[in-house]
Design a protein around this ligand. Sequence first.
Ligand SMILES: Cc1cc2nc3c(=O)[nH]c(=O)nc-3n(C[C@H](O)[C@H](O)[C@H](O)COP(=O)(O)O)c2cc1C
Length: 415
Amino acid sequence: MSETSKRILLVIGGGIAAYKCLELIRRARDRGYRVRAVMTRAAAEFVTPLSVGALTGDRVFADLFSLDDEREIGHIRLSREADLIVVAPATADLLAKMAGGHADDLATAVLLATDKPVLVAPAMNPFMWRHPATRRNVAQLAADGIAIVGPNSGEMAERNEAGPGRMAEPHEILAAIEARLATTATHRMAKGPLAGRHVLITSGPTHEPIDPVRYIANRSSGKQGHAIAAAAAALGARVTLVSGPSAQPDPAGVDVIHVESARDMLAAVEASLPADCAVFAAAVADWRVANATDEKIKKDGKSRTPRLELVENPDILRTIANEPPGRRPPLVIGFAAETENVLEYARKKRKAKGCDWIVANDVSPETGIMGGDRNTVHLITETGVDSWPEMDKPAVARVLMERAASHLLTLTATT
Ligand SMILES: Cc1cc2nc3c(=O)[nH]c(=O)nc-3n(C[C@H](O)[C@H](O)[C@H](O)COP(=O)(O)O)c2cc1C
């Protein structure tokens, strides 16, 4: 299907970033999309329906109880006559209402009544974004299959406030729209040994904040985890990739959840279950900073050099591998990146974590594996060790996912 036939229903929430929607509409129409807009009551405080309508070239919808709108189109038809619904900016309030299934205005009624994929672009103050209520709502929306783009980190409209909460830029939202529409088309046509399976993958490093601008990270590039996600999608799986900050592009046909810290990664993984196979390729920080601050730590020459206190992060692999039957993915695969006694540590790790397979590799600096394009791995299963020849990371990914596909087939045949 050509892009020109795609229809986007844009739900505009009441946040400062609403002005960026005008640019988004313009870019989307340049790409050939037809755009229709629904605005919340609060959105009209930030951009006028007149500007929005002038750019969409269509009526702008706002009122659930409008007799004319309801007679002519109706909120149910509005929600179905789109290929994708995009919520931008998705306010904290809209995310909460969506997670709770509210439908007390046109925007939320349309979002609840739709049978189409939904993409949200959150935008809010960093404190609102980090609030446990918003964390819960975002995890719930991810579990409900809603795609999320952004937010980015940076300066806020409020003076002296920085952190995650800036809405993704219009070009980033447009890229997410295209990825989401491609995923939907791929799922519809999925064929291959993993068709009908859900594969959940973590990838990349995590960032553990020290203050709003500094963090602890590691050298993981995300190349291997992203390659596994692409390989699983190529074999027909529905793939959820939970990615820490990585320069790797989002693989096509994959639902990507971007996270920063280990705790966010665990929440996104938990919210994405159930899965047939889970692959934990991310290099998750073992520790986070217990005394992280909300304000930037100042070097003013008077204060003492700060001391970082570390506290252990949740163990994502162990947590998921020990979920009760029914929730635990039937095939749980961990990664062991070691610098010495690789096989011995990996065997122990498989037992200690309770996972099914471990993919072990030597990440000593001289191997060039961390961040490099090639990998030499050993697959440790219940029955023994398989040492694979050196391959590029996409080839390792392909072999691993082909092996996972046949293992899942065996499991299905024996249950
Ligand atoms: C100046 C101003 C800026 C605001 N910016 C945001 C924002 O960026 N994100 C957000 O979640 N809420 C923001 N709010 C609060 C929302 O407008 C408020 O929660 C509103 O009820 C959201 O309605 P809606 O979700 O139906 O659009 C802002 C409020 C004001 C007064």
